[in-house]
Every structure is written in C-alpha cells, then in structure tokens.
Ligand binder design. Structure first.
Ligand SMILES: [Zn+2]
Length: 140
C-alpha cells in the first residue's frame, strides 16, 4: 500500500496551505457520478471485457447468480488467495475441494478437477463438445 501511495503522489504538488478535497478525475467538473463512473469503467477495459459484462448484465438469471458471476469475473470472491492477499488469516491456501493447488476463482471454477467434472457433465447434458478456456472471462 505504501508503494501504491508513493506512485499516486509522485509528481504531484503538495502544499501546506491548501485544504484537502476529494476530486473525481473521471469528469471534467471533478464531481463523482455513477453515470461517469460506469462510463469510465467501460472505457478502461478492452472490448472483450466490455462484451463479458454486457453479456452478464443482459443474462436472464437470478440477481444473486449475476452478482456472484460479476464478483468471479472481477476476482473478488473470498477465495484463499484473495483472503491471504488482504491479510486475513488462513490456515491453508489450498483448494478446499482437491487440496492440491492454491484456491483462486480461476482454480475453483475452471482448473479444479471437481469443476472440470461439473463442466464436463453440464456440457454433455446440453450436447456440446468443447475445450474449456483457461481465462475465466473467455470461458464465461
Ligand atoms: Zn481444487
């Protein structure tokens, strides 16, 4: 976090007499709005990511499923790798299902042997033969 802070303030002019203020850089007025935040998020990502999120929000699924998928795509699930990165104590970083690899969204939903078996059954059930992609957004 210290390095991140130094990167943010490097090259900035800090002055003692000036009052601190929050300024939103996403809009020329410096005022935050959800509309401009959403536009900035869409513009920051490449077309593939935009397509993924467009597909996600257009999907006719339960809101909880959409929300969980959104968190998976952003890497925001409380998996062991995320918990350890945030300083939350964990006894092990290994996957709770297979106990052979570090638990991450990528592993839990794509690489774990149990996930692969589930995907295989689902794909066979709907009659699709497919190779699963290693990138979770492409897989989605
Ligand atoms: Zn696993």
């Amino acid at each position: 976090m210290e390095g991140e802070l130094l990167n943010l303030i490097t090259g900035k002019n800090l002055s003692k007499g000036t009052k601190d203020a929050l300024v939103w850089n996403g809009d020329h007025n410096g005022v935050y709005s959800v509309k401009f935040a959403y536009q900035n998020m869409r513009n920051q990502n490449n077309g593939l990511v935009n397509d993924v999120f467009s597909l996600l929000w257009e999907a006719k699924a339960m809101p909880k499923a959409l929300s969980t998928t959104w968190r998976i795509l952003l890497g925001r699930l409380p998996t062991f790798d995320n918990l350890i990165r945030r300083g939350v104590a964990a006894t092990s970083s290994l996957c709770v299902l297979c106990n052979t690899a570090e638990e991450s969204s990528q592993h839990l939903f794509l690489e774990c042997i149990y996930a692969q078996r589930a995907w295989s059954l689902c794909l066979r059930w709907i009659g699709i033969l497919s190779v699963q992609h290693k990138d979770i957004s492409v897989h989605f």
